[in-house]
Design a protein around this ligand. Sequence first.
Ligand code: AKB
Length: 339
Amino acid sequence: MRKPVILITGANGEIGHGLIEHFSNQDRHDIVALDLRPVDDRIAAANLTSIQGDILDDNVMQRIVSEFEIHVIYHLAAMLSTRSEYAPDIAHNVNGTLNLIKLAHEQARWHGNPVRFLFPSSIAAYGMPDLAAKADAGRVREDAWNNPTTMYGCNKLYCEQIGRYYSTHFRQLAADRTPSGVDFRSLRFPGLISAVTLPAGGTSDYASEMVHAAAQGQPYACFVRESSRIPFMAMPDAIKALKLLSEVDESALQQRTYNVGSFSVSAGEIRDHVMRAFPKAEITFVPDKPRNRIVDSWPADVDDSAATRDWNWKPDYDAHRAFSEYLAPTISEFYKPRT
Ligand code: AKB
């Protein structure tokens, strides 16, 4: 008999660290952690099998299904927005996602149960045409402004649609039509800020970079204007949202992609929160205009009322609590010299 497991791709990433830490506090899950790089030994989790490999490598995927029976997939592997602009061809994240959705379909047929497929989409799936429209739009709903301006955002939007197709319209013309068995659920995350990992290659990274630099006593030149505003979320709330969405009964879902929000802040307001926690921080603003244009194309905030309606979403952290109770103390401890 193959062991029933949860498959986490992109395990070494920011969300991956947070999710595996969450599961490591619960012994009732067997986890297969997959990443292109060796899975970080900081992810010391109970019942964790780590595999170094590429979701595009059929040999890797066949090896996994030969040993494990997959019931839940958290597909976190993706190249983030800035890095994707420098290498748009390999940032075609939809290829890997489609591989995994097909694998979920096969697994569901093998064991006869739906496979829950959790997909972290992003505010990068939106594209505001200019700052006036962004200011006027305020908190945007899932079905508005879906005109992404990055390769990363285009792929996130496409993956959402493929997941919805498999969950809702699969083989709709077949005489012997049967459900795909893929129970796809997606969250459009804002910029995420973790106290214990640094992002790599994102365009919202300035928030994490600013607070991590301050905690290390390093000067930081922010690459967006002080007035640049997008929604952000502390990593514990991102893990809470993934947990809530993964556990809710499928019958409660009125859609397959949900906004989740926490706090909308400008880069200048982030600086103010960081200065309160680290008064000696040296923070300047040196906008990188092309990267700032990407941030300007993302909404100032999101309407997450559908998530509250369908699965009782509510963030635990507002901006003040995120910086004062989570980021500042945890990051200070993280960088404290080891004696
Ligand atoms: C990025 O900056 O690319 C990501 C995102 C907003 O999805 N953090």
